[in-house]
Structure formats: structure tokens, C-alpha cells
Write a protein that binds this ligand. Structure first.
Ligand SMILES: [Zn+2]
Length: 180
């Protein structure tokens, strides 16, 4: 039996559910590296995931490291690469959620292209209006980049386990049904 470090540190009124190497704690999940999810869509909880399997490397870095910004960017970068911990996450999306994700990525790419096109035109034509439009496209690019990114984030690391957050209620319920 592996040790469950998070049992002692978190409140015990959570229902815990296990499947494979993953234990669900509330709407967060913890496991060792690599974290391998069962074939359930991490967005909507559907089990019709076919072959839509994904792999992503998530990074955890303790928040005090970012305070080094006030000393030096270089020191921050060096310490970041020394202390960061990475976990390979294997997960599934159903075809519907995968299509929605692809649409968001396409909109994001269009935003960036629009930003570049408008910026170049604004400079070439010395147009203030086009400059404002390019700024709007830039903000649109940032917003859609967030929407198009994987929602999963490492919340905490307690050697050797990673605590990952960003799961939707539908996934949590499907996971509980599967491990029941
Ligand atoms: Zn889905």
C-alpha cells in the first residue's frame, strides 16, 4: 500500500475514491508520476472517449520561488528549473469535448493572426483605428489562449504525490461511479 500523504493534511469530510493510481479528494486528484486517468472525458465525464487519449506534462513550483523576481529574473529562472517538479498526466476527452477544444484553438489562432495582420497594417498605413483594433485582437488572443489551454493545474506537491485541480463536477461524478 502506498502512503496517502494528503489524507492527514486535508480535512477528512471528503469522500475519497480510488481508480488505478489516482485518488480523488473532493474535486482534486492525487497520484504519483505518471498520473494515469481511466477512460472518462475529463470535461464532461462521458465514457465514450474512443481513442482520444492525451498526454501532458504539468509543472509544479512552490510559490515562494516567484518572489525571487524581486531579486533577479536570472536567479528566479535558475531556482525555478532546480526546484520545479513535473508530472506526466495521461487523460481522455470525448469526441465532442475534443471538437470544442479544437474550435477554441482555431479561434485563438485566428485572433493571433488577426492581431499580426492588424498591427502590420496599422504601422504600414499609420492608422490609429487599426492600432486600436490590433490591441483588441491581442486581448482576444490572450483570453482565448486561456480558454483553449488544458484546465488541469498542479495545486500542490507532497513527495512523491502530485495534487492536481481543474476537474469538472461531471468528471468527478463519473469517476466515483466507476470506482464504486
Ligand atoms: Zn466530454
Amino acid at each position: 500500500m502506498k502512503e496517502n500523504n494528503y489524507q492527514s493534511s486535508e480535512r477528512m469530510d471528503y469522500n475519497q475514491h480510488e481508480k488505478g493510481n489516482i485518488t480523488l479528494l473532493g474535486n482534486k486528484a492525487y497520484a504519483d508520476d505518471p498520473m494515469i486517468f481511466p477512460p472518462i472525458c475529463i470535461k464532461c465525464g462521458s465514457s465514450q472517449v474512443e481513442e482520444k487519449k492525451f498526454q501532458k506534462k504539468l509543472t509544479y513550483c512552490p510559490s515562494w520561488v516567484y518572489l525571487l523576481f524581486f531579486i533577479s529574473i536570472l536567479v528566479l529562472l535558475i531556482v525555478y528549473y532546480l526546484v520545479r517538479k513535473q508530472v506526466d498526466v495521461h487523460y481522455y476527452l470525448c469526441p465532442g469535448c475534443w471538437d470544442a477544444h479544437k474550435t477554441k484553438r482555431t479561434i485563438n489562432a485566428v485572433m493571433w493572426l488577426g492581431f499580426l495582420g492588424l498591427l502590420i497594417s496599422a504601422i504600414a498605413l499609420e492608422s490609429g483605428e487599426l492600432g486600436i483594433l490590433s490591441l483588441a485582437a491581442f486581448i482576444g488572443g490572450l483570453v482565448t489562449a486561456v480558454l483553449a489551454s488544458t484546465p488541469l493545474r498542479v495545486d500542490d506537491y507532497d513527495k512523491p504525490q502530485f495534487l492536481v485541480k481543474g476537474f469538472k463536477e461531471d468528471f468527478v461524478n463519473a469517476f466515483k461511479r466507476r470506482s464504486a
